[in-house]
Design a protein around this ligand. Structure first.
Ligand code: C5P
Length: 222
């Protein structure tokens, strides 16, 4: 394997993308936000007027759904068939329905092969739910990033406030728990810690501390 692969998995809102983006910039690796890919397919279904439960119609969408990332500080832009959907894929509706679409076998196999293709051509930091277990089982570094559900809801709450969105903390907590439950209980590639993944608990750590902890792990594996 010539390209270096870092897999970061974990439950919703554990800080995976924040940490992965910083590390990718530091190391000059490509950051692959696999959650954004599942969110984009979910949005494509919404735009086509397809029910999130309609596996057959969603399967038919896959072959004409192009998803492209464009590096752009501070947020990577996401394009769905050349339309910038960076903000739209983070809406509450998409967030609360993406786990239904992500459970379909054809959606997973299609996106996993796109993800592997990127990793075949670049050194990557890839975050998601099944990177260490399924997408890149031979990744050089595997991290399983966790934080208490209270802490994760608090972080999401503060992010929303910063964006001018008022949300109820308890509702956020319930939505995070519901998504984790669906992601950990689906049949194909459920969210689980790979046997050889290193557990990093970010509950009482700040971003710099987590970045430096993982950067040290990466350095030790080079
Ligand atoms: O990472 P993010 O929270 O944006 O992921 C959105 C959803 O996409 C997850 O809740 C999960 O249902 C799905 N997902 C997945 N496998 C991945 C990444 C995300 O099933 N590798």
């Amino acid at each position: 394997m010539t390209n270096f692969q870092v897999a970061i998995d974990g439950p919703a809102s554990a800080g995976k993308s924040t940490i992965a983006k910083i590390l990718a910039t530091k190391l000059n690796y490509v950051y692959v936000d696999t959650g954004a890919m599942y969110r984009s397919i979910t949005l494509a279904a919404k735009k086509a007027g397809i029910s999130y439960n309609d596996e057959q119609k969603i399967r038919n969408l896959l072959s004409h759904t192009d998803i492209r990332f464009e590096p752009s500080a501070p947020v990577q832009r996401v394009f769905l068939n050349d339309v910038d959907v960076t903000d739209e894929i983070r809406s509450t509706e998409i967030t609360n329905n993406v786990s239904i679409v992500a459970a379909f076998a054809d959606v997973r196999s299609n996106l996993v092969s796109r993800q592997r293709d990127i990793a075949d051509h670049n050194s990557v930091i890839m975050d998601g739910r099944d990177i260490g277990t399924t997408v890149l089982p031979n990744a050089n570094v595997k991290i399983f990033l966790v934080a208490s559900v209270e802490e994760r809801a608090q972080r999401r709450y503060k992010e929303n406030i910063a964006k001018g969105i008022t949300t109820d903390l308890e509702t956020l907590k319930q939505e995070i728990e519901a998504r984790d439950y669906k992601d950990s209980h689906r049949k194909i590639s459920p969210l689980t810690q790979a046997k050889d993944a290193i557990l990093v608990d970010t509950t009482s750590q700040n971003i710099d501390q987590v970045v430096s902890q993982i950067a040290n792990i990466i350095t030790s594996k080079k």
